[in-house]
Design a protein around this ligand. Structure first.
Ligand SMILES: NC(=O)c1ccc[n+]([C@@H]2O[C@H](COP(=O)([O-])OP(=O)(O)OC[C@H]3O[C@@H](n4cnc5c(N)ncnc54)[C@H](O)[C@@H]3O)[C@@H](O)[C@H]2O)c1
Length: 282
């Protein structure tokens, strides 16, 4: 999609971190921006700050775990702007906890936001994006943890691997419809993801009881410490705009982590070689 100016971007998780960086960058390219987030105060503030730069901007309180809520978001975006040119399924949470300590609700929250949030975005927006005609684009936020396992974060890794697979297939399916698809796989970015649990109760309470998360404070503090040394989210946002215009398949802002992906790929290929050896001896 070469032309962004005058189009409309919808960004889930747009009140903070990477989503806010994407929303600001989209406004910087002359787009109208819809910020969708479960956190009302920061969402309103973000939309107002973007509007103050001269862009048209709207906040819609949205729980991406809830399909009805995402459908209502799509209704608002189409009522206000008539079309959506860039959909960023970005809202996400982290829950650093070993598998054997994770509860049913931990899994439901992680997969509900990180994976179902993306699926709900597609269910609510894709039919209308196809129908509106013209070029458009979808960016799904995965992670480096969607390309190689993140130690201590099996639930997060599972959710992000699923987003990676879904997005890779989606790109092929949507190409004939002139809808580009990019997969965003950041390493550490300086955001509020270390305090993801701040949104857990409001996300889960809307559809059930929750006894509270099992992630230890130390593990969450470690995530905050690592990400606080990470990349500026505004830089990620500007990179995303450039990649959308070029219809890039992958957006991987952290070249210094390349080796981690190389190591995993090499291990996978060793699996083929090993099975070949074993089969020849059967
Ligand atoms: N920060 C990193 O180092 C990093 C690295 C790789 C991938 N990511 C991914 O980037 C995305 C954005 O995370 P971030 O780092 O900017 O964190 P963040 O906490 O700063 O922002 C996430 C936003 O999502 C919102 N959100 C959470 N649950 C929601 C729900 N149920 N419905 C709607 N909105 C909800 C939060 O309110 C918040 O505004 C996530 O998908 C995350 O997994 C982050």
């Amino acid at each position: 999609m070469e032309q962004l100016a005058g189009g409309t971007a919808v960004v889930s998780g747009g009140a903070s971190g990477i989503g806010l960086g994407i929303a600001r960058a989209a406004a910087g390219e002359g787009m109208h921006v819809v910020i969708a987030d479960i956190e009302e105060g920061p969402g309103e503030e973000a939309a107002a700050a973007i509007a103050a730069t001269g862009a048209r901007s709207l906040f819609v309180r949205t729980n991406v775990m809830d399909l009805d809520s995402v459908e209502a978001l799509a209704d608002c975006a189409y009522a206000e702007f008539g079309r959506v040119d860039l959909l960023c399924n970005n809202a996400g949470v982290h829950h650093p906890s070993p598998v054997n300590e994770m509860s049913r609700e931990d899994w439901r929250w992680l997969l509900g936001v990180n994976l179902e949030g993306v699926i709900h975005g597609l269910l609510a927006f894709l039919p209308r994006m196809r129908e509106q005609g013209g070029e458009s684009h979808i960016v799904n936020t995965s992670s480096l943890a969607g390309l190689a396992p993140l130690p201590g974060g099996a639930g997060y890794t599972a959710s992000k691997f699923a987003v990676t697979g879904l997005t890779e297939v989606l790109r092929g399916e949507l190409a004939p419809h002139r809808i580009g698809v990019s997969l965003l796989c950041p390493g550490p970015v300086n955001t509020n993801i270390g305090s993801s649990a701040r949104n857990r109760r409001s996300a889960l309470d809307e559809d059930g009881e929750d006894a509270g998360g099992t992630a230890g404070r130390d593990a969450e503090a470690h995530v905050s410490a690592v990400t606080s040394r990470g990349m500026d989210p505004d830089l990620v946002g500007r990179l995303v705009m450039a990649a959308v215009m070029a219809n890039d398949r992958y957006i991987i802002p952290h070249p210094e982590w390349r080796e981690v992906i190389e190591t995993r790929s090499a291990r996978l290929l060793q699996g083929f070689d090993r099975a070949g050896e074993l089969l020849s001896n059967l």
